[in-house]
Design a binder for this molecule. Structure first.
Ligand SMILES: [Zn+2]
Ligand SMILES: [Zn+2]
Length: 133
């Protein structure tokens, strides 16, 4: 609720329920998944409403979105990091950039600030790479 208020968004019951599901959804989620979960407690909610709420949350910097092969994913982790898409199980794993934090500085931006970055890597997640060994 505080997050919504802080960013100047109206606190509506639907926005709150969406936020609650997001908090439980884990690090990376798709609008359809959140919609399916919400539908149980809020039968009147539509997928379009979920998308609209996600858009306003993204516009206000509460969540981030990125795309993998035409599918839009959302996440609440706003730190600069790369998202590793596992080509075997289809999950997303966060890859920290902290050790290569000068990565963004590699781009020639003439002093302009980077507000956000979306970097998608493809390969195997920790679990799948362990299992394939
Ligand atoms: Zn995997
Ligand atoms: Zn991530």
């Amino acid at each position: 609720m505080e997050l919504l208020r802080k960013s100047g968004l109206k606190v509506t019951p639907q926005r709150l329920s969406v936020m609650n599901v997001i908090m439980e959804a884990g690090e990376h989620f798709k609008a359809e998944e959140v919609y399916r979960k919400l539908k149980k407690s809020e039968p009147s909610i539509t997928l379009a409403t979920v998308y609209n709420i996600f858009r306003s949350l993204t516009d206000n910097g509460i969540i981030n979105s990125f795309e993998v092969d035409g599918t839009t994913w959302f996440e609440s982790n706003l730190d600069a990091h790369a998202n590793l898409f596992c080509e075997k199980c289809g999950t997303i794993e966060d890859v920290s950039l902290s050790e290569n934090s000068n990565l963004l500085e590699q781009f020639s931006l003439d002093g302009r600030k980077v507000r956000s970055a979306s970097l998608v890597l493809k390969g195997l997640c920790t679990k799948c790479s362990r299992n394939s060994r």
